[in-house]
Design a protein around this ligand. Structure first.
Ligand SMILES: Cc1cc2nc3c(=O)[nH]c(=O)nc-3n(C[C@H](O)[C@H](O)[C@H](O)COP(=O)(O)OP(=O)(O)OC[C@H]3O[C@@H](n4cnc5c(N)ncnc54)[C@H](O)[C@@H]3O)c2cc1C
Length: 356
């Protein structure tokens, strides 16, 4: 008699959720991923736009508006990155880098010695590669989790639409969204909620406004990307990048600006049009561009409510309680960033597989 395969649900199709799902599925588990958005990738995200003439799309442009590039230091992640390179979904990006007002002690970090990787043809490519062999149900927002005869059910979009049952459940969401989910889920044992909350309170993610710009002509700037930390107390921007300088991007001139955490927090509820105006004005000032001459033909702002976790050394890596069958992974549990998200997922999957 064959033993039934363990049913696992993963909530969130960012890199962490997909990597965890991939490891469990490879080990023989039956995994379903639930994602609230239209596609996989989460904060490793690429936006595509049509350029129209007479209301007909004539070409497209694109921009990575979340993670910009990633690094690989851990041997396990280096192996994964090599596999992605072999599959053609990741390449090395070697930008001409510049720093505006960056403190001397950070300059060597920014000086370009790091190997920087990007997804190709867009940042979402490695996540989408992982998603290809998985069952990912998009546009399915999980609003709460419920216990039914020792197994877990997911309430999707409304309390009446239930998916399951599942033996084990992986939550792969930003810290604040983990809190929201657990607050709405009265069947989750208090010990798990308390363990989760001890981490989510410490590792909350900060917001970031992103501005994507497309120009008809190349801007006269001698760099592909710049760290911005002007010597004033309230910097608007933190990062400027010629997105079209990344490998395998469409021909054209596309730029991405990230606002600083402080400015993004202050302007969180500001209208998109005002954000576009303020960030573009700062871009022109910092780069010394003539605002009348270099007018973007397309500008689009995106607000990341939960963008980046602080790189904290005391984060536990992942959370797993075998007695409840509940686990949590994500970048914020492993020092933030793409590598941290993947490692958090990998180590959670190993813990689930050994059943401890
Ligand atoms: C502006 C910005 C700049 C960044 N720059 C860099 C960088 O340069 N280098 C770097 O390494 N990292 C960078 N990062 C961080 C990097 O993107 C993240 O570390 C990584 O992508 C996190 O992956 P994750 O799977 O943990 O979370 P996420 O990618 O956030 O995945 C969570 C997923 O859960 C989904 N979801 C949320 N709620 C629900 C729900 N209720 N039901 C179902 N699905 C849900 C979301 O839609 C999302 O797809 C940046 C991030 C941002 C936003």
């Amino acid at each position: 008699m064959s033993i039934p395969r363990k049913q696992v649900a993963v909530i969130g199709a960012g890199l962490a959720g997909l990597a965890c799902a991939h490891h469990l599925q490879t080990a023989g588990y039956c995994v379903t991923v639930f994602e609230k958005s239209r596609g996989a990738g989460g904060r490793m995200s690429t936006r595509r736009f049509d350029i129209s003439a007479d209301q007909n799309p004539v070409s497209t442009w694109q921009c990575d508006h979340g993670a910009q590039y990633f690094t690989a230091r851990d041997a396990l992640f280096i192996k994964q990155v090599d596999a992605w390179i072999a599959l053609g979904v990741v390449s090395i990006w070697s930008p001409i880098l510049h720093s505006f007002g960056v403190k001397p002690d950070l300059q060597s970090q920014h000086a370009g010695k790091l190997t920087r990787y990007v997804g190709v043809p867009g940042m979402s490519a490695p996540a989408r590669q992982l998603a290809r062999d998985l069952s990912v149900r998009c546009e399915q927002r999980v609003v709460s989790i419920k216990k039914q005869a020792d197994q877990w059910m997911l309430a999707i979009d409304s309390q009446n639409n239930l998916a399951g049952p599942f033996d084990q459940l992986v939550i792969a969401l930003p810290a604040q969204q983990v809190d929201d989910l657990l607050a709405a889920s009265t069947d989750v044992p208090l010990a798990f909620v308390e363990q989760a909350r001890a981490s989510t309170q410490q590792h909350a993610l900060s917001p970031c406004w992103a501005l994507m710009l497309h120009f008809a002509e190349r801007l006269p700037l001698p760099f592909d990307a710049a760290f911005v930390n002007p010597d004033n107390s309230k910097p608007v921007l933190s990062w400027i990048c010629r997105d079209s300088s990344k490998p395998s991007r469409p021909v054209g001139e596309s730029w991405l600006l990230h606002a600083s955490t402080g400015w993004s927090s202050q302007q969180l509820e500001t209208q998109n049009t005002d954000v576009i105006q303020a960030m573009l004005a700062e871009f022109n000032v910092i780069c010394g561009l003539n605002a009348d001459r270099h007018v973007p033909i397309h500008a689009s702002a995106h607000r990341w409510r939960f963008a980046q976790a602080q790189q904290s050394l005391n984060a536990p890596g992942f959370i797993w309680q075998p007695q409840t069958g509940l686990g949590i992974c994500g970048d914020w549990l492993n020092q933030g960033r793409v590598e941290g998200a993947w490692l958090s997922a990998y180590h959670l999957a190993q813990a689930i597989l050994i059943g401890k």
